[in-house]
Design a protein around this ligand. Structure first.
Ligand code: ZN
Length: 284
């Protein structure tokens, strides 16, 4: 039997979760994450095939069409702690006597762990705070929220899919018969303003809460530029690691640091692979 698109989408996201957990030993740089997500959004577009070559996606080659609804349903799983919910066009039909003529209860399924889900939330929040979607903050989306822009070849599609703790919303801009929307038809330019306007209004009805990390996650400050352990002078952000993730132990080489940190960095660099365990003890 043919699988539903939601299942395919779930599979795609599980595949990315695996990539995060396996190939890169847990700690992926922000650029890698951004790239994966851009690839995933583009991948889900029926008219863009090119990014398929960039990552090993044998699993996904049959994905075919994915609608904005499917993609939005997939993104909803991140603020939902890793649980995907099958979208429903109709919730219930009630007859004239108040009896239930038709009932369509939600169907939920765990797709990724709460830890992986929160890592995604944190990353997508960063896109809103400092990345390609930061304009949304100026358009009134000041509450905790995350999302991702998507743009396809020749600007035929502009996407923005994002969420708060209480709602997930996807916006697609394009033509029925795919053609270029306009020069510079980026998701951030065409889809993000629509999304922001809707989210701002929706937040009055569905009040957003802060995203809470699962207890098993450990938060570590990292340098925003090098994604390594920060020294004095580094712009710092918080990265979340789950059990088994490799937490960077090397000091940031980009920023200057204190005298002690510069000495530590030089010594660590000099001995590189050797006697790492001993060195770690020395500078405690
Ligand atoms: Zn740094």
């Amino acid at each position: 039997m043919e699988r539903s698109r939601l299942e395919y989408t779930s599979e795609l996201l599980r595949h990315f979760a695996d990539l995060r957990d396996g190939t890169h030993g847990g700690a992926i740089s922000r650029q890698d994450k951004e790239r994966l997500f851009t690839a995933s959004v583009t991948l889900l577009d029926p008219h863009a095939r090119q990014p398929l070559n960039e990552i090993n996606t044998d699993l996904l080659l049959g994905t075919g069409e994915v609608t904005p609804l499917d993609l939005t349903a997939a993104f909803a799983m991140f603020p939902n702690g890793g649980m995907a919910v099958r979208p429903r066009g109709m919730i219930r039909v009630i007859d004239a006597d108040g009896g239930t003529a038709y009932d369509n209860p939600p169907h939920t399924e765990r797709v990724i762990s709460p830890q992986s889900a929160f890592q995604m939330v944190s990353m997508l929040e960063d896109v809103m705070d400092r990345g390609t979607a930061s304009a949304a903050r100026g358009w009134g989306v000041r509450f905790p929220s995350g999302g991702k822009t998507g743009t396809t070849n020749e600007f035929k599609d502009a996407w923005f899919v994002g969420f708060s703790s209480s709602i997930a919303v996807g916006v697609w801009v394009g033509f029925d018969q795919p053609k270029t929307i306009g020069r510079e038809g980026y998701g951030a330019r065409y889809a993000l303003p629509i999304w922001s306007d809707f989210m701002r209004r929706a937040s009055r009805l569905r009040v957003p809460q802060a995203f809470e990390p699962p207890e098993t996650l450990r938060d570590e400050p990292l340098c925003r530029i090098s994604y390594l352990k920060p020294v004095e002078g580094c712009p710092v952000y918080t990265e979340y690691f789950k059990k088994g993730d490799a937490i960077p132990s090397r000091l940031c080489p980009v920023h200057q640091g204190t005298v002690k940190q510069r000495v530590q960095r030089a010594v660590e660099g000099f001995f590189s692979g050797m006697a790492k365990r001993v060195l770690r003890g020395i500078f405690k």
